[in-house]
Design a protein around this ligand. Structure first.
Ligand SMILES: NC(=O)C1=CN([C@@H]2O[C@H](COP(=O)(O)OP(=O)(O)OC[C@H]3O[C@@H](n4cnc5c(N)ncnc54)[C@H](OP(=O)(O)O)[C@@H]3O)[C@@H](O)[C@H]2O)[C@@H](O)CC1
Ligand SMILES: Nc1ncnc2c1ncn2[C@@H]1O[C@H](COP(=O)(O)OP(=O)(O)O)[C@@H](O)[C@H]1O
Ligand SMILES: [K+]
Length: 494
């Protein structure tokens, strides 16, 4: 499943028509789905449908007919200059005896639900004049708003602030990335019967779905032993940050590592899990890690000024490695590129800005672009740009792989959750997953744990402790994507 832009969705629409699929069928399905969403969520409420002049308005006109057929009390307000499919929908509405009023006449009524069908993916510029004023009135009305496809006005200001947005045919960037995401409210996806071929776009970012991620889970054979399911080396810690390597170790244990060895400066007192193997060392000199048995490593957590030496000592082991926190320095990542040792980097926007030589705010505003820039700067290194949502990128050869995570929530914005992630990804690499798979699955599981425990006040170690249950739920096919609607868990949509 891919993450679309409005432009890419318009192309898919055109491709479906090119394949001979009648566009009127798509609009009819969109209208029916919107009516169903309103009826399910706001049963018994009166509805005002606000229809614009393009196809989004046509969806609204179709929805109004289905709402009326289902017995809802509907008022329809519409722009007048329809053509093509939208005009057919207006005629169909009239054939059922429903007359639309001009948009200018709409006044909110208490308790009424507003169905926003003003603008969708066709917006070429920000709304002004009458349209901007109308959006302002929608937002000021004390009514729940269901937006068809996109809250009208996005991605520009002003825009409708919706209670629920019904994404048509596929999710678009606005449905996931802030600040637009906040205007969408709850997001549900309606399939609308678009031919799968029309949606094939390997150039667009992959959306991490429960089904695709469950397929990556490493198996645990009956004859597994602690040396066969992945051993992890965690390397980090210095005086001020004794918790970070502990949380990474916990993440690795909870993600299924058979053994976790933690290497740290000997003068530190680490409150490690009883199950971790301690490897205190006098210095991060060459050879300090000799004898450590591991299939993957995570380095940098809490390492402070010692990160350089720690990362170089780990690099000498030539293990697939997660570089996190203080190890996220351009020269260290370059050393992995130069040596051809598989690496995953897990920067938050501040660390990404340090790697790119830019500003954290600019990274956070354009995470897809920032992840792309990092992947191009560090070829073959898997980039995990953390945030809400986390973006992954990887330049394997000529092409660029891109993925966007769909789990996680703001409760995870608390110290130490990133350290847990580093341990999780390392454990999955130690279990044999290639770095790109380990990073995608690790990020997904980490966010899923956060969603299952996701209350403000969540502590990083609690997030780690929730990992086994999250994993088991994913394995049992019980996890639904946030946009899944009326489909059983594990079905194609979820
Ligand atoms: N995905 C799919 O496959 C399917 C998509 N479908 C639906 O189609 C929707 C896209 O429809 P769409 O292309 O007709 O665009 P839409 O958003 O209705 O607006 C276009 C109108 O707005 C106008 N306009 C633009 N900017 C403006 C501004 N600033 N201020 C004022 N006006 C402005 C523009 O006029 P123009 O710029 O040309 O002057 C034009 O008249 C999509 O979101 C989904 O709901 C389904 O029906 C079926 C399958
Ligand atoms: N608003 C949010 N939505 C989803 N995930 C979030 C959000 N804020 C933070 N996270 C997740 O929490 C983790 C925070 O990591 P990081 O910033 O490195 O914290 P720390 O350095 O304290 O461990 C990342 O995995 C990030 O994706
Ligand atoms: K809309």
């Amino acid at each position: 499943m891919r993450l679309f832009t409005p432009q890419a969705m318009r192309e898919a629409d055109a491709k479906a028509v090119g394949l001979g699929y009648p566009s009127l069928l798509l609009m009819e399905a969109a209208g029916r789905a919107a009516a169903r969403a309103v009826l399910e969520r706001f049963a018994g409420r009166r509805v005002a449908v606000l229809c614009g002049k393009g196809n989004n308005g046509g969806d609204g006109l179709a929805a109004a007919r289905h709402l009326a057929l289902a017995g809802a009390e509907v008022r329809v307000f519409t722009a007048l200059e329809h053509a093509g499919d939208a005009l057919h929908m207006r005629q169909a509405l009239r054939a059922h005896g429903l007359e639309a009023e001009p948009l200018e006449r709409w006044q909110p009524r208490p308790g009424e639900v507003v169905l926003d069908a003003l603008f969708g993916t066709g917006l070429s510029r920000g709304l002004e004049g009458f349209w901007a004023e109308l959006v302002g009135r929608v937002n000021a009305a004390a009514c729940p708003v269901v937006a068809i496809d996109l809250p009208s006005g996005l991605p520009f200001e002003p825009h409708v602030r919706a209670t629920l947005t019904l994404a048509l045919a596929g999710l678009k960037r606005e449905h996931l990335f802030h600040p637009a995401r906040a205007a969408c409210g709850e997001v549900l996806l309606a399939g609308i019967g678009m031919p799968a071929r029309a949606l094939e776009r390997p150039d667009l970012p992959e959306l991490l779905t429960p089904r695709a991620m469950a397929a990556l889970l490493p198996g645990r054979p009956g004859d597994a032993h602690k040396g066969s399911v992945g051993r992890v080396l965690v390397a980090g810690g210095h005086a001020a940050y004794t918790g970070a390597p502990v949380l990474a170790a916990l993440g690795a244990h909870r993600a299924g590592a058979g053994l976790v060895t933690v290497a740290y400066p000997a003068e530190l007192r680490l409150n490690l899990p009883l199950e971790s193997v301690r490897h205190p060392l006098e210095s991060w000199s060459a050879g300090a890690l000799a004898g450590v048995r591991a299939e993957a490593a995570a380095v940098g957590m809490g390492a402070g000024p010692l990160a350089h030496a720690a990362a170089e000592a780990v690099l000498a082991l030539r293990l697939p490695t997660v570089l996190d926190a203080d190890a996220l320095r351009p020269e260290l990542v370059q050393a992995y590129v130069r040596e051809g040792v598989p690496a995953v980097i897990t920067p938050h926007p501040g660390e990404a800005a340090r790697l790119l030589g830019g500003e954290a705010g600019a990274v956070a505003a354009e995470p897809l672009e920032a992840a792309r820039a990092l992947a191009e700067r560090f070829p073959k290194v898997v980039v995990v740009l953390k945030g809400g949502p986390t973006v992954l990128a990887w330049k394997a050869g000529e092409g660029l792989e891109f993925a966007v995570n769909t789990t996680g929530n703001p409760a995870m914005a608390s110290g130490g959750t990133g350290d847990v992630l580093a341990g999780v990804v390392a454990a999955l690499m130690a279990a044999g997953l290639p770095p790109w798979d380990a990073a995608r699955l690790g990020v997904y599981l980490h966010g899923l744990s956060g969603d299952r425990r996701g209350r403000v006040g969540l502590l990083a170690h609690e997030l780690a402790d929730a990992l086994p249950e999250a994993r088991a739920a994913l394995e049992r096919g019980e996890v639904r994507a946030f946009w899944a609607w009326g489909s059983p868990p594990g079905s194609a949509r979820g």
